[in-house]
Design a binder for this molecule. Structure first.
Ligand SMILES: *Cc1c(COP(=O)(O)O)cnc(C)c1O
Length: 386
């Protein structure tokens, strides 16, 4: 059977390949330690599960949900934004519920990008920006994130002809995979750029709650005039260990949000209302819960810093998210190093090349594993003697 041309454009999703390699190793009986995938290893908080158990019994929620999310959920998001970021949002026009943020991220490309248009995406990047661009027939322009530019795009190097034909710019701070965190001044630059060139500026803020050393991540909507051009995506997946629930939201510029809603209304029929009700509970109880999670990741981060230094690896200490972006030793590509590690140690890492051209020469490891297994992974790598 022939597939549609747009699917030919979509490169294979990186994590699918990793999963295949893990399956093969497991079949051989290898004790695999997976530092490759960023899926929190701890359960959803009990107060959220309890609310879900109660909500699912309510027949009102068994019907089709409201397309944009129930008003209660949108109001809770607005309240959360006020409290957490000091940003006012209109729940009617500036908030939409998502079936996980990946869904909304992909669909906003469909809502704004025509065939042949450019999209401005970071490199390395969360692969969805690239894949969604490919599926729309757009052309991704890669903004390099390097150690030299502090893992922040240098807008002055983007060619004028590209800017003219660009519809959307995507960033992701706190950043996966580099661990960089943007400050308000950097967000302001992006917003000013978007306003000057009429390019919708999106920040994927999935890791908003995970920052270290006293840093607090801002929202892009904290920048002046941001609501005229910016949209921000949030996910319950990482903040509240809810990857399997599929819940997120987008907020910001009402025109962009309305176009995203229009796209979604023609494809999905919204998030199960009971899940939204449980999500409200997560937002209400978030401060204390997230504080505890942050401490756990900070402890694992300390372990990784210490072990990586002892092993002589080159890396930046992540300011946010829960990944380490690590230079591979001389003589390896990111793929050959990852393959070698899996084969010789059973440790899975994500090859940086999967996040873009500028990811070549790096691997990403994730802190979503308990202290013992994390230490064991480093111990196995130490025994390799590289
Ligand atoms: C994990 C992750 C998400 C979350 O996706 P969901 O669809 O909400 O589970 C979004 N963006 C980035 C950069 C991520 O790493």
């Amino acid at each position: 059977m022939k597939q549609a041309r747009r699917l030919d454009n979509a490169p294979p999703y990186l994590f699918v390949e990793i999963e295949e390699n893990i399956k093969k190793a497991l079949a051989k009986g290898v004790d695999v330690i997976n530092l490759g995938i960023g899926d929190p290893d701890m359960p959803t908080p009990y107060f959220v599960v309890r609310k879900m158990a109660e909500a699912i019994k309510n027949p009102i929620y068994h019907a089709y949900p409201e397309y944009d999310g129930c008003l209660e959920f949108r109001c809770a998001v607005a309240e959360h934004y006020k409290k957490r970021f000091g940003v006012d949002l209109d729940p009617e026009t500036e908030v939409v519920a998502l079936l996980g943020s990946k869904e909304g991220i992909a669909h906003i490309f469909f809502a704004l990008v025509n065939e042949g248009d450019f999209t401005l995406v970071p490199d390395p990047e969360y692969p969805v920006y690239e894949l969604a661009t490919a599926l729309t027939g757009g052309v991704p322009y890669h903004m390099p994130l390097t150690k030299e530019n502090g893992f922040f795009p240098d807008l002055s190097t983007i060619p004028k002809e590209v800017i003219k034909r660009s519809k959307i710019l995507f960033v992701n701070y706190p950043n996966n995979p580099t661990g960089a965190v943007a400050d308000l001044e950097q967000f302001q630059k992006l917003v000013d750029f978007g306003l000057e060139h009429d390019i919708v500026v999106c920040n994927d803020n999935a890791y908003s709650e995970f920052t270290y050393d006293g840093i607090k991540a801002p929202s892009i909507l904290n920048a002046d005039n941001a609501k005229e051009i910016a949209v921000e995506f949030h996910s319950f997946s990482k903040s509240y260990n809810m990857t399997g629930w599929r819940l997120g939201f987008a907020v910001g510029n009402k025109e962009a949000i309305s176009k995203l809603k229009k796209m979604k209304n023609n494809i999905d029929s919204g998030v199960f209302t009971a899940i939204q009700i449980a999500g409200i509970e997560a937002l209400k109880g978030c401060e204390k819960f997230v504080e505890g999670m942050r401490k756990i990741y900070a402890r694992r981060r300390d372990i990784a810093i210490n072990e990586l230094q002892k092993l002589g690896f080159e890396f930046e200490v992540p300011k946010g998210a829960f990944y380490f972006w690590i230079k591979v030793p001389d003589g390896y590509t990111s793929k050959s190093f990852a393959d070698m590690l899996l084969e010789k140690t059973g440790v899975v890492v994500a090859p940086g090349r999967g996040y873009g051209e500028y990811g070549e020469g790096y691997i990403r490891i994730s802190l979503t594993i308990n202290d013992e297994r994390l230490k064991e992974a480093f111990e196995r790598i130490r025994k390799l003697g590289i």
